[in-house]
Design a protein around this ligand. Sequence first.
Ligand SMILES: [Zn+2]
Length: 111
Amino acid sequence: MSLPPCPNCQSEYVYQDQANFVCPECAYEWNPQEVAEEDVIKVKDANGTLLSEGDRVTLAKDLKVKGSSLVLKIGTKAVVRRIVEGKDHQLDCKVDGAGEMMVTAQFVKKA
Ligand SMILES: [Zn+2]
């Protein structure tokens, strides 16, 4: 098991004390789970605006739905339900008239 270096002083001698990690060199203590939650995935829309879960967006271009003949028109409204990490299709959206689907962040605009 390898623990991450101390975020405060980069010491490698970090040890675990129950849920917390402790650095013996600078006495810094932290909870790795809280750090993970702060490490929010940053996803930007077509205008470079940061998106977050629950945001209302509209499509910035016509999008073909994979595996069907459905085309979502530009301006179609959607709600961001979840943001996931990835090169594309970062947004798990609920799209008006189409239901849930994964959409590339650059193809939407924050409403
Ligand atoms: Zn330290």
